[in-house]
Design a protein around this ligand. Structure first.
Ligand code: PLP
Length: 451
């Protein structure tokens, strides 16, 4: 089947996630047919450097035969069985053990789900169950952040703070309150990063007091906000947030769906920021995206309560800990350990990306270039001196993203913030290539915007 036939069928029958259905119909979609290493290939045979690791998930890169072998072996042996009603199977048990070895010391249990969104639905239920068991059912409020992304189910979308999602979603799950995000470039430049980070933490405390400290159940956040714009908080933020949370009897939920499994140069983003979460939703890089799997890692405080005091937890998914997905995830983690992938991000590739990516600060279109581990962002500005943004109608970010793709690099745009999060197996030479392609796209964007 040729490209045009596929595009016509796509247009006729397929509604894509996070896509303007009508615009797709007019333009036709890009069709990706295969991938190898850090490159995806389209139906025209073009190789494109995948600067986003799919959707921040293909941490080991494409074409890993060991993962294919782990899936096929497991599919032959036991393609499906569940973990309900006191049954289980070896891949789920072995993956649970491996995850608890890698997680912070106080984390010794996992509940499997099929995705990150399901993991956050599970978090919501666990938080409420925990406080009910503790005899404090009035603890209902969960504090989250504006512009956070925690998934697309109703609970995930409500926990998240994305205004356009809320606007389309009808009534949200009640009991969730959003505070300002620690996005210094976007919202805090009238203060120093240090003062702004502290102010954002103080906003959490103010909200706790407003809601009534006895009514607040938990705070949820990503270590670094991913989909919101690769927002690395000012260095003062997490220490100040920890101080605030320590004063109140509430749980900390750290969403590790993007930051987990090496993205920031540690197994978990919580370790980078020295956090002690009670609950950690995980997904994506857990299986390098080869098969869908997620879960919630539980700290001892919550796990012991649910186990000792909870009785049956009426919650679970048909694919919670699916055998083939668990087998692939286990192999993925084993390979990451054996090849020292996380350490390489921390000691070599992360610092190298910071150096090369930082050079883009010189570009006339770039107001800020930031990175941490293998996650980076560029802030596009119309005027470098003042940091003034482009008129929204110009859609500069989307223009840059499309020019990037055409020149052979996947970068994502969130408004006028350009994001990268390449596979963790990228080489230094490929980082050079990524930076050169990004620079070329910036040049072309500048030319187009000047026309
Ligand atoms: N949490 C975070 C931080 C995410 O970035 C995502 C997805 O991008 C999710 C949760 C939802 O995960 P999934 O798409 O697997 O449902």
């Amino acid at each position: 089947m040729n490209l045009h036939d596929l595009q016509a069928l796509d247009r006729a029958h397929h509604l894509h996630p996070f896509t303007d259905f009508k615009a797709l119909g007019e333009e036709g979609s890009r069709i990706i047919t295969r991938a190898e290493g850090v490159y995806i290939h389209d139906s025209e045979g073009n190789g494109i450097l995948d600067g986003m690791a799919g959707l921040w998930c293909v941490n080991l890169g494409y074409g890993r035969e060991e993962l294919v072998a782990a899936a096929t072996r497991q599919l032959r042996e036991l393609p499906y069985y569940n973990n309900f009603f006191k049954t289980t199977h070896p891949p789920a048990v072995r993956l649970a053990e491996k995850l608890c070895q890698l997680a912070p010391e106080h984390v010794n249990h996992v509940f499997f789900t099929g995705s990150g969104s399901e993991a956050n639905d599970t978090v919501l239920r666990m938080v409420r169950r925990y406080w009910a068991l503790k005899g404090k059912p009035e603890k209902q409020w969960i504090i989250s952040r504006e512009n956070a992304y925690h998934g697309s189910t109703v609970a995930g979308m409500s926990l998240g703070g994305m205004a356009p999602m809320h606007a389309q979603g009808g009534p949200l799950v009640p009991g969730i309150s959003h505070v300002r995000q620690p996005y210094w470039f976007g919202e805090g430049r009238d203060q120093s990063p240090k003062a702004f980070g502290r102010a954002c933490a103080a906003a959490i405390e103010a909200r706790i007091l407003e809601l009534g400290e006895d009514n607040v159940a938990a705070f949820i956040a990503e270590p670094v906000q991913g989909a919101g714009g690769a927002i690395m908080p000012p260095a003062s933020y997490w220490p100040a947030v920890k101080e605030v949370l320590a004063k109140y009897d509430m749980l900390l939920v750290v969403d590790e769906v993007i930051c987990g499994f090496g993205r920031l140069g540690e197994w978990f983003g919580s370790q980078y920021y020295d956090l002690e979460p009670d609950l950690m939703p995980i997904a994506k890089g857990l299986s390098s995206g080869y098969l869908p799997i997620g879960g919630v890692l539980l700290g001892d405080r919550v796990a012991e309560t649910l186990i000792e005091e909870g009785g049956e937890f009426f919650h679970g998914f048909t694919y919670s800990g699916h055998p083939a997905c668990a087998a692939v995830a286990l192999k993925n983690l084993e390979i990451m350990q054996a090849e020292g992938v996380v350490e390489r991000v921390r000691d070599d590739l992360g610092p190298y990306l910071a150096e090369r990516w930082g050079e883009l600060t010189e570009h006339p279109l770039v107001g800020e270039a930031r990175s941490l581990g293998l996650m980076g962002a560029l802030e596009l500005v119309a005027d470098k001196a003042s940091g003034r943004r482009f008129d929204k109608r110009l859609a500069a970010g989307n223009l840059c993203r499309d020019l990037c793709f055409a020149s052979g690099l996947v970068m994502r745009s969130v408004g006028d913030t350009m994001i990268i999060a390449p596979p963790l197996v990228i080489t230094r030479e490929q980082i050079d290539e990524l930076v050169a392609l990004a620079r070329r796209a910036l040049d072309e964007t500048a030319t187009r915007l000047a026309e």
